[in-house]
Write a protein that binds this ligand. Structure first.
Ligand code: SER
Length: 295
């Protein structure tokens, strides 16, 4: 079994060997990005640096960032959606660009994680009125002998800004046996309040690899709750609830998900309230209570 710790250690070590400095996970409450309530991806703490400010640790960074996303809250309870999750990311702040980013991703997937190249397929941005087709990424993938390359539009191959405005750009996504494993975002635009895409003063790379999902893929599991990121909790729940777990699996997973997210939000200093983050926290706890009453 590849554990959460194995994956995180391998990722950080790999990017350290490529000159990256490890930065700690930032708080779930963004201090550098007023456009969002929660840290939903690794980029929030880095927004000023993506916009051109110098980062004290340099131009190559790597992190594992805790995230909260509530947009898919109705899917939580299935095998793959969570309100709290962790994301691995490597960052180039105006340093390396598409070729190195894609080569690092390929090397980590095929050499460090030993995924067979034949299982990998990718997508690239097909272009629109704001940005051209990403044939640069396509070229690199072809060089690496990836055969299955598709071009898709903004809904699929564009990331950001996380809120209304800020850094964003085309991305290239990697899939293993058809399941998305990693996203390399090429942040080269700043979206303005008027909806314009202005080139940033530097070209950045922002990659995101979800820990829970990647663990499922690496362990050939089709259920994130069976990976080491969740299994110890699920084992406890099964032990306490016995036969009841089978009949109420989905509900119990929703409750576990919401409590995990709540604990981490409270850990970052938020209390239930009527507004902002406190309101989301209150909703999560209320949902957990509501589902608890269902059992
Ligand atoms: N922000 C991008 C994502 O969430 C890449 O880190 O996929």
């Amino acid at each position: 079994m590849v554990t959460r710790k194995d994956l995180i250690d391998k990722y950080l070590e790999f990017f350290k060997s490529k000159g990256h400095k490890v930065i700690p996970s930032a708080s779930l409450i963004p201090s550098n990005d007023p456009t969002v309530l929660f840290t939903t991806a690794g980029m929030h703490p880095l927004v000023p640096y993506l916009l051109g400010q110098k980062h004290p640790l340099g131009k190559r960074l790597v992190n594992v960032q805790k995230c909260i996303r509530t947009t898919d809250i109705d899917e939580v309870g299935d095998e793959t959606h969570h309100t709290f999750f962790e994301m691995l990311g490597n960052w180039s702040l105006g340093d390396y660009w598409k070729e190195d980013a894609i080569k690092y991703s390929y090397e980590f997937l095929t050499k460090t994680l030993q995924i067979l190249p034949g299982k990998i397929s990718v997508t690239c941005f097909k272009g629109d009125k704001n940005a051209q087709q990403d044939t640069e990424s396509e070229k690199v993938w072809k060089l690496l002998k990836i055969k299955n390359i598709k071009f898709l539009g903004k809904e699929d191959n564009w990331w950001g800004p996380a809120g209304e405005t800020g850094p964003c750009g085309p991305d290239t996504e990697m899939f293993v046996n058809g399941l998305e494993i990693w996203n390399d975002v090429f942040m080269q635009y700043n979206k303005t309040a008027e909806g314009k895409f202005i080139p940033l003063q530097q070209k950045n790379v922002d990659t995101g690899m979800g820990v829970e999902r990647t663990l499922a893929i690496l362990n050939n599991l089709d259920d994130n709750y069976l990976t080491d990121a969740w299994k110890p909790i699920i084992n406890e729940i099964e032990e306490i609830s016995g036969e009841k777990y089978k009949d109420n699996k989905k509900i119990m997973r929703i409750i576990a998900d919401h409590l995990k997210a709540s604990v981490f939000i409270i850990g970052d200093g938020v209390l239930p309230s009527n507004t902002g983050q406190g309101y989301v926290l209150r909703k999560l706890i209320r949902r957990a209570i509501y589902y608890g009453k269902e059992i």
